[in-house]
Design a protein around this ligand. Structure first.
Ligand code: SF4
Length: 231
């Protein structure tokens, strides 16, 4: 398990829980708007120091009195060969686990679900399946994304799908297509892209939507899912 970062506490990232966030290093996508290039690009990962797994677990032991959950995010956590064993250790400490995933490794998601090692799933929907490469920067197999969506929705766990929307990249039609692919989902978050100094692609020129536009997208997506929120 390669850990690129630890946020000791968050009140925002795990619904209704005080949690810590563990950032896994490495990703199988290259979303041009990614906020975490230091966890994605090998040359940047090489520059930052990885955290020792034992020290992270010791931290969780010490904080058990104050924390209820652990968010495992990335990068893409399902790429880590030691993910199941690591989750098992965290569960043994009495924590609930939220997994953030891009959905490209449904076989690992299945294993985590079978072993009852996760309690909440947040899965990204990057763009319409037919053009995923444009949005995630990698040639992916859409069947894998579809399989993960199916697993998430049938998991019986609380879950959310979420999309970061970028002006200049996503269109209204794209948003309708993305919502259609998760038709019937209980919760879909639309996240407005915020400009950043170091996007993953140095020449990336995406922008943010106006609040009015985000509300319009929310109404559009609400026609496909049980609840759609903007954040
Ligand atoms: S899936 Fe995309 S946004 Fe998420 S860490 Fe990987 S490159 Fe960044």
């Amino acid at each position: 398990m390669k850990i690129g970062g630890l946020q000791p506490v968050t009140l925002l990232d795990y619904p209704r829980k005080v949690a810590a966030i563990i950032f896994a290093s490495g990703c199988n996508m290259r979303c041009p708007f990614c906020y975490n290039s230091n966890l994605v690009l090998p040359e940047q990962i090489g520059l930052s120091q990885l955290l020792d797994k034992k020290q992270v677990l010791d931290f969780l032991v010490r904080r058990k009195k104050y924390l209820e959950g652990v968010v495992i995010t990335g990068g893409e956590p399902t790429l880590q060969p030691g993910l199941l064993a690591f989750c098992r250790k965290i569960k043994k400490l009495g924590y609930e686990i939220k997994l953030d995933t891009n959905g490209l490794r449904p076989e690992i998601l299945q294993k985590l679900l079978d072993a009852k090692l996760i309690d909440y799933i947040a899965m990204d929907i990057k763009g319409p399946l037919s053009q995923y490469k444009k949005f995630c920067g990698a040639a992916i197999d859409g069947k894998k994304i579809k399989a993960s969506i199916k697993l998430v929705m049938a998991s019986g766990l609380p879950y959310e799908f979420r999309s970061t929307l970028v002006k200049g990249l996503h269109t209204k039609e794209d948003i309708a297509k993305m919502a259609r692919v998760i038709k019937g989902a209980s919760l879909y978050y639309l996240q407005n892209y915020h400009d950043q100094s170091r996007p993953l692609l140095a020449d990336f020129k995406g922008g943010s939507f106006f609040n009015k536009e985000m509300e319009e997208f929310r109404k559009l997506a609400s026609g496909f899912v049980k609840e759609c929120k903007v954040r």
